[in-house]
Design a protein around this ligand. Sequence first.
Ligand code: SAH
Ligand code: SF4
Ligand code: F3S
Length: 492
Amino acid sequence: MSELYNNQVPFELKIKSMDENAQGGALEKSRPFGVASNGKKYYIESYGCAMNFADSEVVASILANSGYDSTKDYNEADLIFVNTCSIREKAEQTVRNRLQGFKVVKKRNKAALIGVLGCMAERLKDKFLEEEQLVDLVVGPDAYRSLPNLIEEAVSGQKAVNVLLSRDETYADISPVRLSSNGVSAFVSITRGCDNMCSFCVVPHTRGRERSRPPESIIQEVRNLYEQGYKEVTLLGQNVDSYRWSEDEKIRGKKLIDLKDTDLVFNFSNLLEEVAKVAPDLRVRFSTSHPKDMHDDVLHVIAKYKNICNYIHLPVQSGNTEVLARMNRTYDREWYLDRIAAINRIIPNCGISSDIITGFCGETEEQHQDTLSLMREVKYDMSYMFFYSERPGTLAAKKYADDIPLEIKKRRLAEVIELQNELSLISNQADIGTVVEVLVEKPSKKSEADLCGRNDRNKMVIFPKGNLRIGQYVKVKITDCTTAVLLGEVVE
Ligand code: SAH
Ligand code: SF4
Ligand code: F3S
């Protein structure tokens, strides 16, 4: 069981079970030619955002290269890894509960090792070893190359920890083993870390400074995926719009603003264009866009290439300028609405979604109303919505009282969700009667007779299976909808 419960994810909110994925078989074969099995098996499950899922694929590659085989049954694993998320308290609690479930494995097999990877490892460091006695390894997101050595340490009976964050690790040379993939769409990381310091957010603390991956390695990975039959890539970063690459070592790491000659720098719109050019039938998505950095150049590139999906996830967090300032989002309501106007002007019929937090420190009833009014104004197709959860060590935790009572946070969240459901329904109803192009992704969860896939605007469409194949593009006439999905008939 792996849980993908964050935004930045172009997929619907879902629990992914290992069985659902092509994990077992695909992975058994993933050990590269010439690498002998060391007779040990590992099991990995992932929580949190798409970036964590992409990281698990890097971990799988590192382990495969060291001779480990995978298993989708943790009962037979010598190594159990949990790639964790710290974004909200509930995310951490889910992982802690899950770890308790692995106690039985250790009882049965004293030699089995349990490793905590990812953001909780980074946040809690060796405190984790005190708090959760059954954990043997704690490995932060920038330390995965050291996993084989750490495993050896742990096998010899020591507790192994590496939570060093790096300024330049991007795992650029590692070819991920596609764990959570349907063979049709894949994640490709383009940046790591985040420099934004939104006051509520733990990510800069767990993932470290932002760094961009060299463009050649990104393009190469996309080409390889296309050659393997993939039909869609999603470029991933906490803030894709701040992607920056320069060959000039002097420029690397500096802010673009310091530069005189911008031609020396390869930015997100340049990268997006290069990725779009890999193949006209390879769909390109990306996530997440940051309102402060999403400029018109990116929108023009999206408009220019048919294979770049007309969909932007542009989290607003709050519709009130004062709250946004306390959140340290560095834009205000007007700036955000100007970006929305630019999207609608440059990319007609673009899907737009958001992330929203209710009950942030000091949020008044009027300020909450501003979030609702902004949602009505933008008419989001979809949103990921949360009530504020204070995270230790963040700017907000240090500076502001978490003073909105839980029941008010939850009531405001319910209002936001209710409004979003109305907006989603209106948006979906407007599609009835239209014909949309869908990339067939997988069987529908609800009915064996149906398949599903997303359209250009990232809406999930369900249609009868017929003789269609996964990975094929089809034209579907929309006949009905719910708040979450479109239903239709294949017309071509
Ligand atoms: N990089 C992305 C978001 C990363 S975190 C961006 O800047 O938009 C994903 C989402 O989790 C955030 O957009 C925010 O809505 C939510 N989130 C982050 N920290 C949170 C917290 N402390 N409490 C509640 N929600 C939070
Ligand atoms: Fe967190 Fe803000 Fe960075 Fe997104 S941009 S990861 S919300 S600090
Ligand atoms: Fe992602 Fe959660 Fe870490 S959202 S970056 S896995 S804290």
